[in-house]
Ligand binder design. Structure first.
Ligand code: KG4
Ligand code: ZN
Length: 351
C-alpha cells in the first residue's frame, strides 16, 4: 500500500511517500525558518501563504523522489489537526483535491498522534502496551498506547511545552528562533551544575508537566532580580553582558533541569501503570525535542534499566515531517478507519 502523506500544521511544508506504513520512499521537508526568524516565532499569516506557494512543488518532489506517479498512490493522508488553522487548511485542501481527482481514500491524521508513530518508521513492529512520550514545540504529553490506535493520555503540560521552554530560554540568551537545537549545542560546552534550576514536580502523583518556573528562573539568572520603578518592571542587566562561558553554563544547566523534568514524569508514569497492572514493553518517543542529544541519552538509560524497546525516531523523523503522517494513516486504513471529503482542519488535538 502506497500512501502519499502531506503535513502543513505549522511552518514546515512536507510530503512523503510511504509503502506499507514503514518503508519511507521519500521524505521532503521545506522549512520556513528564514521567513519567521526576524519575528522571533512563527507568524501564522506568513506561514499559510508560504504553504500555498510550496505545497505543489513539495508534493511533486516527494513523488519524484519515490519514483512513483500519482496514479500509483493508493491513498492520501494529511495532518488535519492540531495546528495553525490557516496552515492546516492548505495541506487538508491539497489532500482532499488529490483524493477527489484520483478517486482514492483520504485519511486525516492527528499530528501529535503521528509523532508517536515516528519511531515505527523503517523498523519492525514494537510490542504493546507501550509508554508514549511526545516532546515538541507545542506539546509535552505522556500516553499509554495499548496499540497504535488505542491511546490514553496520562498527563500533559499545564503551561509551556518543553520545546517552547527551549525556544524561550534561547531567546532570553539572545539566540535566534528556533533556539532549541542551538541550546543543545551550547550545552555541550557548558557546566550543567553551574545553576540549580527548579524541576517542577507538581502534586506527588501528578503526571503533568510545568515549565514556567524553570523559564522564570532562567530569566532572573540572566537579567537579575526584577524591580518595579515608575510603574514598570526593570531588570539589573541584559543578556549582552554575559560571556560565552556564562551562556553555555546557563544552557547546560537549563537542559539538565528540562530533561530531569521529563524523565521524572516518565518514571512516575511507568510506576503508575505498573500499579495498574500494565507492564509496558516499549517506549515510543516523538516530537522535535526528541532530537535533543541529552534527552536521547537519558531516555536510552531509562529504557535499558526497564528492559523497554526504545523507539526514538531517526533525526529526520523527530521534527515535523509527512512520513509519520503517511505511516499512521496506513495503520488507520488497515483498521478500516478513513475519512471522506467532509474532512476538516481542526486547531486542537484529540490526544
Ligand atoms: O515537533 P516539532 O518540529 O514541532 C511541533 O510539533 O511543535 O518541534 C519543534 C520544537 C522546537 O521548539 C525546537 O526548538 C525543538 O523542537 N527542538 C529541539 C531540538 N531540535 C528541535 N529542542 C531541543 N534540542 C534539540 N536538538
Ligand atoms: Zn510536531
Amino acid at each position: 500500500m502506497l500512501i502519499l502523506g502531506i503535513e502543513s500544521s505549522c511552518d514546515e511544508t512536507a510530503a512523503s511517500v510511504v509503502r506499507d506504513g514503514v518503508e519511507v520512499l521519500s521524505n521532503v521537508i521545506a522549512s520556513q525558518d528564514e521567513l519567521h526568524v526576524e519575528y522571533g516565532g512563527v507568524v501564522p499569516e506568513i506561514a499559510s501563504r508560504a504553504h500555498v506557494e510550496r505545497i505543489q512543488p513539495v508534493i511533486e518532489k516527494a513523488l519524484e523522489g519515490a519514483d512513483v506517479s500519482l496514479e500509483d498512490i493508493d491513498a492520501l493522508a494529511c495532518g488535519s489537526q492540531p495546528g495553525l488553522i490557516g496552515s492546516l487548511l492548505v495541506g487538508v485542501a491539497a489532500a482532499k483535491t488529490l483524493a477527489w481527482a484520483l478517486d482514492k481514500p483520504i485519511i486525516g491524521v492527528d499530528h501529535v498522534h503521528a509523532h508517536l508513530y515516528a519511531g515505527l518508521l523503517e523498523r519492525e513492529r514494537p510490542q504493546f502496551p507501550a509508554l508514549g512520550l511526545v516532546v515538541s514545540g507545542g506539546h509535552t504529553s505522556l500516553y499509554l498506547c495499548r496499540s497504535m490506535l488505542e491511546i490514553e493520555r496520562l498527563g500533559a503540560t499545564i503551561d509551556d511545552a518543553v520545546g517552547e521552554a527551549y525556544d524561550k530560554a534561547a531567546s532570553m540568551l539572545g539566540i535566534e528562533f528556533p533556539g532549541g537545537p542551538k541550546i543543545d549545542r551550547m550545552a555541550a560546552s557548558g557546566d550543567d551544575r553551574a545553576h540549580d534550576f527548579p524541576v517542577s514536580r507538581l502534586a506527588p502523583d501528578s503526571l503533568d508537566f510545568s515549565f514556567s518556573g524553570l523559564k522564570t528562573s532562567v530569566l532572573y539568572t540572566i537579567r537579575g532580580a526584577p524591580k518595579r520603578a515608575n510603574g514598570r518592571v526593570e531588570f539589573e542587566r541584559d543578556e549582552t553582558e554575559l560571556s560565552e562561558t556564562e551562556k553555555n553554563d546557563i544552557a547546560a544547566s537549563f537542559q539538565r533541569a528540562a530533561c530531569r523534568a521529563v524523565l521524572l514524569k516518565l518514571q512516575r508514569a511507568f510506576d503508575h501503570l505498573a500499579e495498574r497492572g500494565v507492564i509496558c514493553r516499549s517506549l515510543l518517543v516523538g516530537g522535535g525535542v526528541s532530537a535533543n542529544s541529552r534527552l536521547r541519552t537519558e531516555l536510552q538509560g531509562f529504557a535499558d534499566e526497564r528492559d523497554l524497546d526504545l523507539r526514538l525516531p531517526g533525526m529526520r523523523y523527530c521534527l515535523d515531517n509527512a512520513a509519520m503522517i503517511a505511516g499512521l494513516a496506513c495503520e488507520k486504513l488497515r483498521a478500516g478507519v478513513a475519512d471522506d471529503l467532509s474532512l476538516r482542519a481542526v486547531p486542537t488535538t484529540r490526544f
